[in-house]
Design a protein around this ligand. Structure first.
Ligand code: FSO
Ligand code: SF4
Length: 509
């Protein structure tokens, strides 16, 4: 059968090989083809060397990330707008997707870099929203996208480019960290309620803190409460948002449970970024999108003159029942770099005394595959003298488990969103300094990272750039790594995957 589409950019790709009829994520073949064309047009725009196109490039890349934009009309419009910016007349060929590159190693490297750039674009978009820009990153992005059309680049050239992408990944996460912490303060230890209040609610999901700020401002004294979902949970850790009394807690878990949890929430829902699962008819009228996210028949809130008017969401929420309580208690988090540095003496003492034997970085993504239960079981099976350092939605597999503490230090330290994996790298570098080591790989740290979509790709490339070796990536290695490219990663960086909990604990801890 001739395939209607081809996409293998995420971990849940069909049969671990590629989605060819419809995306496991719900993306239709029509949307997949439009995204291919949008990426092609964006590369052509980058190659055309026109100036002042960075915002277009960044948003185009972000729109094609897994679980972000499912709307054919918006994607077609973006293709048209992009082509209009290119001085010469461009006809987009029919088949410009992944398989247009025939050599499997060149294809693998081109896609690895493209996905890294998509993740980078997502983080840049958030930094830009807070008025933090970096022309060097923009320039790298434009030049690299143009190089992805250049058939003269060989495997060595593209391997070097992939690693350089990691360097700019570090710079981008640094920029976003600066944007977030200078605007909203440094995350601090915080208890986040997971029960519900009596008012109707608005649930905000995704990663965009500027959207949250505008929503909290506009919902003050309106008789509605605001809750976070999924990757927005760490917003509670920032001092700035604590002044809002109606910002009351976190509802639910990671993205893939949203069809059940959005139903139970009863109120209005705002998706600021991925991960959106195609909404069910039963709650679709309560779902609103903004930024790069969109879905046909869900109301999209546009930014006009730097402002977003969330009135339709507030009006929708006021007509809704309060959320159904699905759990009670609290989550403790806020262990980003500054907070952990404040605890440095305690942590160093715990390592020196032998109370803490190992740190296990379990950052990354959660997902719907049953095999991801591994991560909950792994966390439970870890010896009591280990500490989990986490960031990203992967945390939902174990953050509510009673894993206890070591001398007052919780055994799960949540730094924040997936982009806050940068914090975990800073913590590792700080420990290297404190323990006077010449190599970050000599620290008692094990990396057991779960990936799902393309932001995890830029986080991975960033960690490789920082010299981190022996990362275990699961639950499966990316389908887009050809055997030869995978071999390079294994031989040079010791990248491996996972097996079963018992074996992995025995071998790594
Ligand atoms: Fe998760 Fe989705 Fe943050 Fe991703 S909500 S999976 S890597 O978008 O970005 O961790
Ligand atoms: Fe398939 Fe993932 Fe692509 Fe969706 S994003 S079409 S699930 S590979």
């Amino acid at each position: 059968m001739e395939s209607k589409m081809f996409c293998y950019q995420c971990q849940e790709t069909a049969n671990g090989k590629g989605c060819m009829v419809k995306g496991v994520c719900g993306k239709t073949a029509e949307v997949a083809k439009l995204q291919d064309k949008l990426i092609y047009a964006t590369k052509k725009l980058s190659a055309s060397k026109v100036s002042n196109v960075d915002q277009t490039i960044i948003l185009n890349l972000f729109c094609t990330i897994t679980n972000a934009n499912f709307d054919p009309k918006i994607l077609s419009d973006r293709i048209d707008q992009t082509l209009k910016l290119i001085p010469e007349q461009i006809e987009i060929p029919e088949n410009v997707g992944v398989l247009a590159t025939e050599n499997e190693d060149i294809r693998s490297l081109r896609e690895l870099i493209t996905y890294g750039l998509k993740g980078m674009a997502a983080y840049l978009y958030h930094a830009n929203a807070l008025n933090y820009h970096d022309e060097k990153i923009n320039e790298f992005m434009r030049e690299t996208l143009a190089k992805l059309l250049d058939d003269n680049l060989n495997v060595e050239d593209l391997t070097a480019l992939a690693l350089e992408t990691g360097k700019f990944g570090v710079d981008t996460m640094n920029l976003l960290d600066k944007a977030n912490t200078e605007t909203y303060g440094n995350p601090e230890i915080t208890k986040v309620q997971i029960g519900v209040g009596k008012n109707p609610g608005i649930l905000i999901s995704g990663h965009d803190l500027k959207d949250l700020e505008m929503l909290l401002e506009q919902t003050e004294n309106q008789g509605v409460d605001v809750y976070t979902h999924g990757e927005m949970l760490p917003a509670h850790y920032y001092p700035y948002f604590k002044k809002y009394k109606h910002f009351i807690g976190n509802y639910g878990n990671a993205w893939y449970l949203q069809q059940k949890e959005f139903e139970q929430f009863n109120g209005a829902i705002l998706l600021t970024t991925n991960c959106l699962v195609p909404p069910k008819d039963s709650y679709r009228s309560r779902v609103f999108t903004t930024g790069a996210v969109a879905f046909e028949n869900c109301q999209h809130i546009d930014e006009i003159n730097g402002k977003k008017d969330f009135t339709p969401i507030i009006e929708c929420a006021k007509k809704c029942q309060p959320p159904t309580e699905i759990e009670t208690g609290e989550i403790i988090g806020g262990f980003a770099h500054e907070q952990v540095f404040k605890l440095a003496d305690k942590v160093v003492e715990a390592v020196k005394s032998g109370a803490v034997k190992k740190f296990v970085v379990m950052a990354g993504c959660d997902g719907r595959q049953k095999s991801r239960e591994y991560y909950a079981e792994f966390a439970k099976a870890l010896p009591k003298d280990t500490i989990i350092l986490t960031a990203g939605c992967a945390k939902y597999k174990y953050i509510k488990l009673p894993l206890g503490d070591i001398g007052g230090i919780p055994r799960v330290l949540d730094a924040g969103q997936c982009n806050n994996s940068y914090s975990l790298a800073l913590i590792a570098l700080k420990l290297k300094e404190v323990f006077n080591l010449d190599d970050v790989n000599k620290l008692p740290i094990v990396y057991n990272i779960a990936w799902y979509e393309q932001k995890a790709v830029i986080v991975l490339l960033a960690l490789l750039h920082l010299g981190v070796k022996n990362i275990h990536l699961g639950p499966t290695l990316p389908a887009f790594l050809s055997p030869n490219v995978a071999k390079v990663l294994v031989e040079n960086f010791g990248i491996g995957t996972i097996s079963d909990v018992e074996t992995d604990i025995k071998n790594w801890i």
